[in-house]
Design a protein around this ligand. Sequence first.
Ligand code: PAF
Length: 283
Amino acid sequence: MITVSSLTDLRKARKKLCEPVGFVPTMGYLHEGHISLVRRAKSECRSVVVSIYVNPSQFGPHEDFEKYPRNLEGDIALLEKAGVDLLWTPTNACMYPPGYQTWIDVEKLSQPLEGALRPGHFRGVATIVAKLFNCVQPQKAYFGQKDAQQAAIICQMTEDLNFPIDIVVCPTVREKDGLAMSSRNCYLTQEQRSAAKVMVQALDLARQLFEQGERQTAPLVEIVQHTVEQQTGVILQYAACVDPKTFLPMDTITDQALLLIAIQTGDTRLIDNIELTVAPVAG
Ligand code: PAF
């Protein structure tokens, strides 16, 4: 694996890669979820590029930018083992030089849910991902379904800005007990880690209700709310059933919906979601 930091070195190394190039943008502190994206990219592309950059512009002033976990040595070992061709670790000077003033705002999709709780977050995400795309010029880029709203925003931005890139959204990778993998899970104390499982339990109960035939979203959202409220040490930030394309709330599920949840335990926010799909009627 070649590791580069400057844009000049990235461009030189990129020119030598066989196409199609698959790209996995990350903020590092990699786990099995990231590696599953790399594996998918390797199965579909002749070369794989990964970036590691903790993007300051997607963190709010009181968020965890400073303490966001970092472990470049460990990440490099994992990426080497996974067979990545090129790792890019851009610097702040390259991404946001003095005088920087261009931002990308995916207007509607960025407003609800995570966007409402984290003002400016998706503007930072869309901007950095567009910049990374411009520099790496991949044919395909890979994102996790756990960050469903982020993935939808990146799909919209890619289409709106005419990037010739296929966005591939890959399934959430979970711990043995079902908790979605996240770099932020390392913040959790043992008690918080155990309490956080309620997210999965709540989503599972809603899924069961849906599988029993419930198509109104209110009872699905209520069961999530009620389940989380029973758990000490966890605050529900939102539970919502939305249209997967618009992220607007829906009353009745006729085809597909996303059921999303965000909780806070201690200082840590965690998110998760499940897809609810109405099976087509046979015949
Ligand atoms: O999901 C992430 O790790 C980040 O939001 C991303 C897409 C790498 C942009 O900084």
